[in-house]
Design a protein around this ligand. Structure first.
Ligand code: SAH
Length: 461
């Protein structure tokens, strides 16, 4: 972050605008909206100021800028078309530690003015830190169409009830209460202009706190294979409402960063052979957190129901009577295949796809090899890196040609993605020479050779 986003209280504070043109008039109007006492310093004022002058909302001081003009100022904006004057204002303000903005000259600014969406008292501010004001404005336009006009009135209603709700409910209950109010029928009443009824309904909800006192819940959320863009909308929404996020090693940092800032983050591990928390402890942890009334997001790599032990975790929740939901995610096979340009099925080459675990147990992999070593089928091995020698060998022993194409995808869908391609005969050697890092996925089948034609979109290519 290049700038600290803050909202400044300038109500009844003296503020100075240097410059009398149209840009200065716009800045002046903004300060007036925030309740500032504005003095405009310029030899002459353009017509854009006429209304404010007539209504005596601003004071006009003709003349040139002098250092003393800054005395007592809360904020100063330089908006002249004279670089020397702007520079002088900036230098003088900085010397006195008065926040200064110079229009279109970020280097001279100690603060910048964001693009805003106003639903007073609600304000959304967007800034690109000066890098691309156009981009900030485009984003602003999109947000503008996304945020209902009634949000200002909704915020005002919430403001009127804030103290009452605070007196009645504990902090954790308060947030849930408000979320229910602000996303439910009461909000709809406000949007349709029925504030009176909305106020009454809000008071009723507060009197009957059962609405606010229901317990916690657990969402078992698939976070996809790594690229945050592959999250579902629901995953994102739940992450942004969570009190606690319990996550696995496979969940990438950029995804974790999207969770609510205040959410507690608990690492549950799941590294090969050194589970940070045994599965049973994770199951019990989820139950305990939900019993404390928390909204828990159990974030898992890929899809929770594919080699994710999701069934065990919700089994415990169901047995304990904890409300839960499961949110599917993009599984590693789907993500890696797309990003590596390997279609998992193809009319000519493969009519079925099998997901199996290549996890080594006591030095061997116990799988139904004859069923896997079938022509016109794609086999995807999860957790197969350590067993790569065994699984390539077994497939050949059970009938697949040694020339069958096979690929290993490392850290698929992330900027670190690497694809090593060969055949059942050559892949183990390629992998051993390449210093591969987990997590990796192995795809075996004729479809792998389509990659040469289809790999145009590989992120690292
Ligand atoms: N539930 C997860 C799988 C968990 S098992 C899912 O649906 O994807 C863990 C295995 O998933 C890893 O050993 C690896 O084989 C695979 N995996 C997960 N993310 C991966 C990624 N980004 N790239 C390659 N393989 C991945």
């Amino acid at each position: 972050m290049d700038f600290l986003p803050i909202f400044l209280d300038v109500r009844d504070q003296p503020c100075l605008v240097v410059g009398g043109g149209e840009v200065a008039a716009r800045k002046c109007a903004l300060l007036l909206r925030a309740g500032a006492r504005v003095t405009v310093l310029a030899p002459t004022l353009s017509a854009a100021f006429d209304a404010d002058l007539a209504a005596a909302r601003i004071a006009h001081r003709p003349g040139n800028f002098r250092d003393e003009d800054l005395t007592g100022c809360a904020v100063v904006i330089a908006a002249t078309n004279d670089g020397a004057v702007n520079g002088a204002v900036a230098a003088a303000a900085r010397a006195r530690r008065i926040p200064v903005n110079v229009v279109d000259q970020p280097a001279l600014c100690s603060f910048i003015l964001p693009s805003i969406i106003e639903r007073a008292p609600l304000i959304v501010a967007v800034s690109s830190g000066g890098a691309s004001p156009v981009l900030a404005r485009l984003l602003r336009a999109r947000l503008e169409s996304l945020i209902p006009a009634g949000y200002g009135r909704l915020a005002a209603l919430a403001g009127a009830f804030r103290d009452r709700v605070k007196a009645r409910l504990k902090p954790a209950e308060r947030r849930r209460f408000w979320e229910r109010v602000l996303e439910g029928p009461i909000a709809e009443l406000v949007f349709s202009g029925r504030e009176g009824e909305a106020g009454k309904a809000l008071q009723d909800a507060l009197d009957d706190t059962r609405l606010a006192l229901s317990g916690g819940e657990v969402s078992l959320v698939g976070a996809g294979p790594g690229d945050p863009d592959l999250l579902t909308f629901r995953a994102l929404r739940l992450m942004q409402q969570a009190d606690v996020v319990v996550y696995d090693r496979l969940v990438s940092q950029p995804i974790l960063d999207l969770a609510r800032l205040e959410a507690e983050r608990i690492y549950a591990g799941k590294e090969r052979a050194k589970h940070a928390l045994p599965q049973e402890d994770i199951n019990q942890l989820l139950v305990r957190l939900a019993r404390e009334g928390k909204r828990v997001v159990r974030l898992k790599g890929g899809d929770p129901f594919i080699f994710g032990r999701g069934g065990e975790e919700i089994g415990t929740l169901a047995a304990e009577g904890i409300p839960f939901q499961v949110v599917p995610g993009i599984t590693a096979a789907a993500g890696c295949a797309s990003y590596a340009g390997i279609p998992l099925t193809h009319r000519e080459y493969s009519q079925s796809v099998v997901f199996v675990t290549g996890h080594l147990q006591d030095g061997s992999i116990n799988l139904n090899w004859p069923a896997l070593a079938q022509p016109r089928q794609t086999v995807v091995f999860y957790m197969g890196l350590l067993g790569v020698d065994i699984l390539c060998r077994e497939l050949v022993v059970h009938g697949l040609p040694g020339s069958t194409p096979a690929a290993l995808i490392q850290q698929g869908t992330t900027p670190q993605q690497r694809v090593l391609a060969g055949t059942l005969d050559t892949l183990p050697g390629i992998v051993h020479q390449s210093g591969v890092r987990a997590p990796t996925l192995i795809i075996v089948g004729e479809v792998v050779k389509l990659r040469d034609r289809l790999k145009w979109f590989e992120p690292t290519a």
